[in-house]
Design a protein around this ligand. Structure first.
Ligand code: GDP
Length: 296
């Protein structure tokens, strides 16, 4: 279910409940069941949806609400805040500073949009006055370095990589050292992906993280991966200290559920979303705005 459709169904469920004369247990349950169905069909994981339903019922205790209370408003606010809550792990994310060089490492499966997103992230910060640099520690995918080089050149961002060195840890360390010496304040390390979650990928990620000691690890996830989102995000989180999530391809048949599940699995916030293949098709993610837009 595409994101707009999810929003429409949630809004529709609320409206339907608002149309009944008296809001009772039955109409509230119908509304929540419809929202549950819509979220599940948007790939939000089942435990997460169940938890949300329970929380709303706890907030909206119909018996305890004296007559005169605006039940509709209370229910609507509870739904809004629960959706925001699902997107907010309540943890602040590391933000790069211009006064001290930061290392940010990108991880994710092959094809998730890691390399593209690294450049978008660098370009975003360059526009804000940072001096970013890109390191290609992806020695697994043929053509990865060329792709990063091409993107970096277009954005006029310095880059580092190798056509001959096969050890990603060595490249990552060399790149980070070089750009620290060159006074770059945001050093972005692109790592290898794999087609699926594999032990070798996770081992490599761990080694690169160990060697470069990143200030932030960003997990890049394709928004169209469906119900696999929760498990995939959790597998990455268990291997490296993921601190933030970027969801890509939100311009396509994007499912809102992926974002919700990734936050729950990594206990980290979504910081940006990718909305196209171009460098500037990249938006800062803000939970309240996202939910407001979702609910129209
Ligand atoms: P990687 O293997 O994870 O490094 O993935 P790439 O950066 O090579 O991206 C895989 C494909 O997804 C490329 O064709 C990108 O142009 C495309 N892509 C990446 N991000 C987005 C996005 O936000 N929207 C769209 N439509 N395509 C994207």
């Amino acid at each position: 279910m595409v994101l707009a459709e999810l929003g429409r169904r949630i809004t529709c469920a609320i409206r339907k409940m608002n149309n009944v004369t008296i809001i009772d247990e039955k109409s509230l349950n119908e509304c929540l069941n419809e929202i549950t169905r819509a979220l599940l069909q948007s790939d939000v994981s089942f435990p997460l949806v169940k938890n949300m339903q329970t929380n709303i019922k706890n907030i909206v205790n119909l018996q305890d609400l004296a007559a005169g209370h605006n039940k509709r408003k209370i229910i609507e606010q509870a739904i809004f805040s629960e959706l925001c809550q699902m997107l907010d792990p309540g943890k602040s994310v590391f933000t790069p500073k211009k006064t001290k060089p930061s290392v940010v490492m990108f991880v994710g499966l092959q094809g998730a949009g890691k390399t593209t997103t690294c450049t978008k992230y660098a370009y975003h910060h360059q526009k804000k006055g940072f001096k970013p640099a890109l390191v290609c520690a992806d020695t697994f995918r043929a053509g990865a370095f060329d792709q990063l080089k091409q993107n970096a050149t277009k954005a006029k961002i310095p880059f580092y990589g190798s056509y001959t060195e096969s050890d990603p840890v060595k490249i990552a360390v060399e790149g980070v050292d070089r750009f620290k010496k060159e006074n770059c304040d945001l050093i972005i390390v692109d790592t290898s992906g794999r087609h699926k979650q594999e032990a070798s990928l996770f081992e490599e990620m761990r080694q690169v993280a160990e060697a470069t000691k990143p200030d932030l690890v960003i997990f890049v996830m394709d928004s169209s991966i469906g119900q696999a989102a929760f498990d995939q995000a959790q597998a990455f989180k268990q291997s490296v200290a993921v601190g933030a999530v970027i969801i890509t391809k939100m311009d396509g048949h994007a499912k809102g559920g992926g974002a919700l599940s990734a936050v729950a699995a990594t206990k980290s916030p979504v910081i940006f979303i990718g909305t196209g293949e171009h460098m500037d098709e990249f938006d800062v993610f803000e939970a309240k705005t996202f939910v407001s837009r979702l609910l129209g």
